[in-house]
Write a protein that binds this ligand. Structure first.
Ligand code: IPM
Ligand code: MG
Length: 410
């Protein structure tokens, strides 16, 4: 029996029944009637789910790309009999405009009460937006950090994949990208420099700023376990990235990762210094499977990895806690320069929704269908402007969402 994804995801009997009746009437069912067990009948019925999502459309292109991800989820709902409900939550600049803060306590509670959070992007132009005149803890990004910490989203998964159809956009030479690459960056998300103590003080008449990088062994162990678990389902290789030649926190990181590795004898573990990793990502990206690293290194390396694929607008991400709960968002930012123009690429958000189906709801078949639909639309030659190349058909944000949704319904 397939496990239910969370306590709040309920069997939706009415939709389940609607799917069940035509199936029973179908020729396939009648032909195989003798072999069909009661279990498989209930299986078919039981897989129908009600999924309560908190939605953070956010700022910039956020609302446009999230609308397309919802469209695709609704198509999945229609085809597979699930029901997605959406509760909009304000975070970032839009929350500052309404509430004066980037994230309210009520918003955190709404997110906590949902099965998962689907997010677009937050923030504006840092040089021109009034949001950046506010003190640091009142700016849009502070809302995101607060949400990550409040929901204990310590495991950030950022896949960087070179799509066959988009090889032309990859800035690397043909001999370097070879047969493409497919890596998963596992970034620790609730510790390190982002959440250490910080202050700016005047010392002997000189302004001095402090940021502290702290990790305890428990924080390292839980993210390392996640990385090894994921490696077991992939190519069974973990590259743990640190700066152990300089930092104490990295030396502890290395020690704990080695302890965890003992429980995964099938997984090959290597250590790499972060500067070397930055270089290897452009020199030989094919060598990587799972890259495991701390918060700040992961922030930097994941941007680099996404650029290497040539298509930031294609990259999804998931931030998970100890349970099935997760926050799903595209890796790219809010792109205020193109907001409202209808040209942003919604694919990263749509693929983030696919990660949500897979990791929070255990709906692998549905997640596969979304990913296949994206590939199909690319194969057919449709492109948003950021991934456009000669001879292809340029489409806007909405059209791209329509095409992918239609492919799922096909
Ligand atoms: C990211 C972003 C955030 C981060 C910012 C917006 C705070 O760059 O998700 O990578 O640094 O974590
Ligand atoms: Mg970043």
């Amino acid at each position: 029996m397939r496990p239910l994804p969370s306590e709040t995801a309920k069997i939706r009997t009415d939709a389940g029944f609607a799917r069940f009746v035509p199936w029973v009437r179908s020729r396939k069912f009648l032909e195989n009637f003798r072999e069909i067990s009661m279990d498989s009948i209930f299986d078919e019925w039981r897989h129908t789910m009600k999924c309560n999502l908190a939605v953070i459309s956010g700022d910039g292109i956020g609302p446009e790309i999230v609308a397309e991800a919802k469209k695709v989820l609704d198509a999945v709902g229609t085809v597979y009999g699930h029901e997605f409900s959406y509760t909009e939550v304000l975070m970032g600049g839009c929350s500052i405009d309404v509430h004066g803060v980037p994230l309210t306590d009520e918003a955190i509670e709404t997110a906590k009460a949902a099965d998962a959070v689907l997010m677009g992007s937050i923030g504006g132009n840092t040089s021109t937006s009034p949001w950046y005149k506010l003190p640091p803890d009142k700016r849009p990004e502070a809302g995101l950090l607060k949400l990550r910490k409040s929901l204990n989203l310590f495991a950030n998964l950022r896949p960087a994949v070179l799509y066959e159809e988009l090889k032309g956009a990859c800035p690397l030479k043909e001999e370097i990208m070879k047969d493409g690459f497919d890596m998963m960056i596992m970034r620790e998300l609730t510790g390190g420099l982002y959440f250490g103590e910080r202050k700016t003080v005047e010392e002997n008449g000189v302004l001095t700023a402090y940021d502290s990088l702290t990790y305890n062994e428990k924080e390292i162990r839980r993210i390392a376990r996640r990385a090894f678990d994921i490696a077991m389902k992939r190519k069974k290789k973990v590259t743990s990235v640190d700066k152990a030649n300089v930092l104490d926190s990295s030396r502890l990181w290395r020690k704990v990762v080695e302890e965890v590795a003992k429980d995964y004898p099938e997984v090959a573990l290597e250590h790499m210094l972060v500067d070397s990793c930055a270089m290897q990502l452009v020199k030989n990206p094919c060598q990587f499977d799972v890259i495991l690293t701390e918060n700040m290194f992961g922030d930097i390396l994941s941007d680099e990895a996404s650029m290497v694929t040539g298509s930031l607008g294609m990259l999804s991400s998931a931030s998970l806690n100890e349970t099935k709960f997760g926050l799903y968002e595209p890796s790219g930012g809010s792109a205020p320069d193109i907001a409202g123009k209808g040209i942003a690429n919604p694919i990263a958000t749509i693929l983030s929704a696919a990660m949500m189906l897979r990791y929070t709801f255990d709906l692998d078949k549905e997640a596969d269908a979304v990913e296949a639909a994206v590939k199909k639309v690319l194969e057919k030659g449709y492109r948003t402007i950021d991934i456009m190349s000669e001879g292809k058909q340029q489409v806007g944000t909405k059209e791209m969402g329509d095409l992918i949704a239609a492919e799922i319904k096909n």
